[in-house]
Design a protein around this ligand. Structure first.
Ligand code: IDP
Ligand code: MG
Length: 139
């Protein structure tokens, strides 16, 4: 995948609260083009694999439970400097620390239930996009 792409998930809390439309609107308005998009439900094995880097952390069980309790929206986004610009748009992991106007400031409830995922590097953006999307689903 090109380095001008990132991967995101609108997490179960954002979907449950009916924020899909508002968050996608903000993503588009911030200059990102959606090049792959779907509503999907991660299995326990999916979530354990996606978040394997965190499997020693004390919150891992809680994270897997949260990410599998309902559907998510997975998307691939395209923009110059996509990874860094999208991390800026979503804000800090803990919404209490997130800047005004960021997606987590607007829509996240807590450090655990923080509404949205954004890849942290070009390499992980590519790995995460391939995890969720077949080649024919990416435009
Ligand atoms: P990030 O999503 O901002 O990259 P990471 O440190 O990679 O943050 O953590 C992945 C996810 O794990 C977070 O988005 C959040 O849902 C959850 N998480 C991180 N830290 C905590 C915590 O201290 N308690 C509960 N959940 C956490
Ligand atoms: Mg992370």
């Amino acid at each position: 995948m090109a380095t001008n792409r990132t991967f995101t998930m609108l997490k179960p809390d954002a979907v449950e609260k009916g924020h899909i439309g508002a968050i996608l609107e903000k993503i588009n308005a911030s200059g990102f083009r959606i090049v792959a998009l779907k509503l999907t439900h991660m299995t326990k094995a999916d979530a354990e694999s996606f978040y394997a880097i965190h499997n020693e952390r004390p919150f891992f069980g809680e994270l897997v439970e949260y990410m599998t309790r309902g559907p998510i929206v997975a998307a691939i986004l395209e923009k110059e400097n996509a990874v860094a610009d999208f991390r800026t748009l979503i804000g800090a992991t803990n919404p209490a620390d997130a800047a005004e106007g960021t997606i987590r400031k607007l829509y996240a409830a807590s450090i655990g239930e923080n509404a949205v995922h954004g890849s942290d590097s070009d390499e992980n953006a590519s790995i995460e996009a391939e995890f969720h999307f077949a080649g024919r689903e990416q435009f």
